[in-house]
Design a protein around this ligand. Structure first.
Ligand SMILES: [Zn+2]
Length: 284
């Protein structure tokens, strides 16, 4: 392989945090890292003390993502310009500009174009549950799976080839972000010990957590925890000082951040049964 190329397909500024350590690790080794963010997170809650209105939040969060991308070493950042759909059941779900309202093939076409342009060996995205069930995460998951399956087929979205000069591209591997049950149970226990309300996302994560045996891939990013934290702190508008995350003891957080876990969902190269510690293993 002349140059390793890695592409992440996510929905909101800060979704990249689950893989920021491994993106940084590969970027440092010279890999080209590309991040696609389908929305600007306009429907997120604004942390106290941050000056952003519902009109300006998209701009603020775009700048926060660009700050994080620079710290991580992400070379290319693309927004697909959909609107954040908000949590399931919120009125924002029905906004015609919302990602949740978009045709999944339309989203897949945009992802396929960027795959054909950047020719990544590896793609990372959400699992079928969208992590904790956010509608935008589910939509990106569906579109990324379709894009992985069709990007090497010149008959699909042929205008990319005939009109835009791109070539079909076979991505070698597709991964889901995965949150193993044991780790989430640790967070829940800590929260309960501290007498904290679990909050909806943590409850949802727990309900949908994957069994630890389902994890195929563990990337050790312990030496990059400080980089991960500096990228995380770029997302100031999302950093609620009262969140459970901020009440977890710092040492515990450091341990939690030192490994990134994934599920290898698809592969066009031969893979071993053993747990992988490198995303590019098996790729020529
Ligand atoms: Zn998200």
């Amino acid at each position: 392989m002349t140059q390793k190329r890695l592409l992440g397909a996510y929905a909101h500024p800060d979704d990249e945090q689950g893989v920021s350590g491994l993106m940084h690790k590969y970027a440092r080794e010279g890999a080209e890292v590309t991040l696609i963010c389908a929305t600007r997170g306009e429907a997120g809650q604004v942390a106290p003390g941050v000056s952003a209105t519902s009109e300006t939040l998209g701009q603020v969060r775009e700048a926060e993502l660009r700050c994080a991308a620079e710290k991580i070493g992400i070379r290319n950042v693309y927004f697909l310009d959909y609107r954040d759909s908000g949590m399931l059941g919120s009125p924002e779900n029905n906004d015609p500009r919302a990602l949740w309202q978009a045709n999944v093939l339309e989203v897949a076409e945009k992802l396929t174009r960027l795959i054909r342009r950047h020719q990544p060996h590896v793609i990372l995205t959400f699992d079928p549950q969208g992590g904790y069930g956010h509608p935008d995460h589910i939509k990106v998951h569906q579109a990324a799976l379709i894009a992985y399956l069709v990007a090497d087929d010149a008959r699909v979205f042929p205008e990319h080839i005939t009109r835009e000069g791109l070539s079909p591209w076979a991505v070698s591997k597709l991964y889901w972000n995965a949150f193993p049950r044991r780790r989430i149970e640790q967070y829940v226990k800590l929260a309960q010990l501290a007498g904290l309300d679990l909050g909806v996302p943590l409850q949802e994560f727990l309900k949908r957590a994957v069994p630890d045996e389902a994890i195929t891939t563990r990337i050790d990013v312990a030496e990059f925890v400080d980089v991960k934290l500096s990228a995380l702190f770029c997302h100031a508008s999302q950093m609620d000082p009262n969140s459970i995350w901020n009440k977890i003891p710092a040492e515990m957080r450091r341990v939690a951040l030192s490994t990134e876990t994934l599920i290898r969902a698809e592969s066009r190269v031969v893979v071993a049964d053993a747990i992988e510690t490198d995303l590019f293993v098996g790729i020529e």
